[in-house]
Design a protein around this ligand. Structure first.
Ligand code: COA
Ligand code: AMP
Length: 633
């Protein structure tokens, strides 16, 4: 733990951000030192470590080998769905990455080129990601649960030279073929990649397209290792698309320098982990948690990271997490509350916990969605370790608020992710942009500049970045979360105030879902809202108005809409329920009363606005919701 308390460290980062982050940056290997720690010459756009040069892959792998730690385990692949496990040392992982970087280079990939990675949770996904970083190429990982259409949208925005994929993923015991989705996405996209590198997994062999597709093993066999390419600190390391309020996802850009500095700093100061310890983020490389805390941060720190291809339950039982922790000596686990709700549902008494030796396990971190106090308290009781809720977003790449366990553990208040992390000046504002007093709900913002590691812009779209995040409250970044700060400075994050919902820790856009539903020929009008779900936090519910003159029943239409959503967005949308209604509930000015219907479904008190267009429609929807078993509270 640090000699300074949380309040001192927070204050130091606030009053002297340049000194604070320059000190943290000493922990990174630079090919060239920066000219300016914080380039603030073009507000509201800020850049960290301008003029500096480094390679992120070098800092994640080579540096550890060169310091004599090549034999230390870097990555443990644990795959209950295939019944296999494999350990890569730092030297082995560096060599695999260097050679795959050679394979990418043989396909014409160089610094600045984009590479899409559409892969399941296999070590080759990590190898592909780090190989891009090694070359100074920009990776864009697309989560495997997205459909071809979503992949195509990302191909057309990122314009990748190469796509790296695999023949299949495995969902508990179902083999999900990835290659047909990849082929369809390339067919749908206007931009065509020069090559697709495909890992053939034994569970399904993919048909290859001659002239375009290259077998991973053959590409590696023909390649030689390549060294790290030095890039500017401000050059992009990756693009990660995340859901916004429309069907067009936002391409979050991460730079190299600020990212490496912030992530390495976070490992000790937030997670209290040291080099050589085993750190496990049970997420997916397709999400930001996977980017930051499966791949980059643990490796930058010299930890051993765990890549787990399985689920919290069903692979094979609700003891899966405890088995992994015990078997691999995990010190810190990071996952989403929904995983714990799934485990609790199947093993409420924690019988499976008792079967494993968890003596090395120190702390559980939860994020990705609001953590309900019941889940937090249950996890604390079952595991007997501190359970730390922390809050962040794809945009920031690392926590905005957390109990910083490596600085000074603060008392836990279940339901709050504790206080702002040093570097983040969090403000709760009213509609006019005034700071709100403790206890009052408002829009949660971060006063600019944000600390290193946060998005500098959106891919190829600075204007959209400005509009979406910086325009509403000049001088502040808008998180789109609502909540308040209490008397002790603890933040309470109550939920999104835009059209984004959070299903099983996955961020989804109701706007994108509405676009899919509206494209069905029978649909005149629709709305999608996130209603409370005991397991997944939220689940999407559609309200559908059928076009006049179209003869279709709800029983006929809803399965078609469910299938359409799987086809267009993917199974991850988890869209399974919809109601056919006569009219959408609206105000007289045409605003859909999503919040009112959500409250009705959730069984929370609500009051229909005085400006409602047709009060009777809410009674009808109330009855319809009853048919689906709502309210479920
Ligand atoms: N490739 C293909 N399909 C995928 C996929 C992938 N990588 N990931 C999920 N899917 C599919 C699932 O199979 C499921 O399909 P189905 O509707 O045919 O059953 C659908 O997408 C929804 O997946 P999910 O929301 O994960 O639900 P689930 O019922 O399979 O599992 C949990 C529920 C709680 C066990 C699971 O969500 C989980 O482990 N969550 C942990 C939290 C997490 O990883 N969060 C990420 C951010 S930290
Ligand atoms: P994502 O970009 O997918 O990581 O999703 C970010 C969103 O998840 C945030 O804007 C919040 O709405 C929600 N979220 C993440 N962590 C927390 C948390 N600890 N408490 C409440 N909400 C959270």
């Amino acid at each position: 733990m640090s000699d300074e308390g949380y309040a001192d460290v927070y204050q130091r980062a606030l009053t002297d951000p340049e000194g604070f982050w320059a000190e943290a940056a000493e922990d990174i290997h630079w090919d060239r030192r920066w000219d300016r720690v914080l380039d603030d010459s073009r507000p509201p756009f800020y850049r960290w470590f301008a003029g500096g040069a480094l390679n992120t892959c070098y800092n994640a792998l080579d540096v550890h080998v060169e310091q004599g730690n090549g034999a230390r385990p870097a990555l443990i692949y644990d795959s209950p769905v295939t019944g296999s496990a494999k350990v890569f040392t730092y030297a082995e992982l560096r060599d695999a990455v260097a050679t795959f970087a050679g394979a990418l280079r043989n396909c014409g990939v160089g610094a600045g080129d984009r590479v899409i990675v559409y892969m399941p949770m296999v070590p080759e996904a990590v190898v592909a990601i780090l190989a891009c970083a090694r070359l100074g190429a920009v990776h864009s990982v697309v989560f495997g649960g997205f459909a071809a259409n979503e992949l195509a949208t990302r191909i057309d925005d990122a314009l990748p030279k190469v796509i790296v994929s695999a023949s299949c993923g495995i969902e508990v015991n179902r083999v999900i073929e990835y290659k047909p989705l990849l082929d369809e996405a390339v067919r749908l996209a206007r931009h065509k990649p020069a090559a697709c590198l495909v890992l053939q997994r034994p569970q399904a062999r993919a048909a290859m397209t001659p002239g375009r597709d290259v077998d991973w093993n053959e590409a590696v066999a023909a390649a030689g290792p390549v060294p790290c390419v030095s890039v500017a600190a401000t050059d992009p390391l990756y693009i990660l698309y995340t859901s916004g309020t429309t069907g067009q996802p936002k391409g979050i850009v991460r730079d190299n320098g600020g990212h490496a500095v912030a992530l390495k700093w976070s490992m000790k100061n937030i997670y209290d982990v040291d080099a050589g310890e085993v750190y496990w983020a049970a997420s997916d490389v397709g999400w930001v948690v996977g980017h930051s805390y499966i791949v980059y941060a643990p490796l930058l720190k010299g930890c051993t990271t765990v890549l787990y291809e399985g689920k919290p339950v069903g692979t094979p039982d609700p003891g899966a997490f405890w088995r992994v922790i015990g078997q691999h000596g995990v010190s810190v686990l990071f996952t989403a509350p929904t995983a714990f709700r799934a485990i609790k549902k199947e093993d409420p008494g924690g019988e499976h916990v008792k079967k494993y030796d968890l003596n090395r396990f120190r702390t559980l971190f939860l994020a990705g969605e609001r953590c309900d106090p019941d889940t937090l308290v249950w996890a604390q009781e079952m595991l007997g370790v501190p359970v730390i809720d922390h809050w962040w977003q794809t945009e920031t790449g690392w926590p905005i608020a957390s109990n910083c366990m490596g600085i000074e553990p603060l008392p836990v208040k279940p339901g709050s992710p504790a206080r702002a992390v040093p570097g983040y000046d969090v403000r709760v504002l009213d509609d006019q942009g005034n700071d709100l007093p403790a206890g009052e709900m408002g829009s949660i913002t971060v006063k600019l500049p944000m600390p290193p590691g946060c998005l500098p812009t959106l891919w190829n779209n600075e204007e959209a970045y400005r509009k979406a995040y910086l325009e509403q409250y000049p001088g502040h970044y808008v998180t789109s979360d609502g909540g308040y700060c209490d008397e002790d400075g603890y933040l309470w994050i109550m939920g999104r105030i835009d059209d984004v919902i959070n299903v099983a820790g996955h961020r989804l856009s109701t706007g994108a879902m509405e676009e899919v539903l509206a494209a069905h020929p029978a649909v005149a009008e629709c709305a999608v809202l996130g209603v409370a779900d005991a397991l997944k936090g939220q689940s999407p519910l559609g309200l559908i108005v059928v076009k006049a003159g179209v003869e279709v029943t709800e029983q006929q239409l809803v399965p078609e809409l469910v299938a359409l959503m799987r086809e267009k967005i993917g199974p991850v949308a988890d869209f399974k329920q919809a109601l056919v209604v006569k009219r959408l509930p609206k105000t007289r000015s045409g605003k859909i009363l999503r919040g009112t219907v959500r409250s009705m479904a959730d069984g929370t008190p609500y009051k229909a606005p005085a400006t409602i267009d047709d009060p009777a429609i809410l009674d009808e929807i109330g009855e319809d919701l009853g048919r689906l078993g709502y309210p479920k509270a």
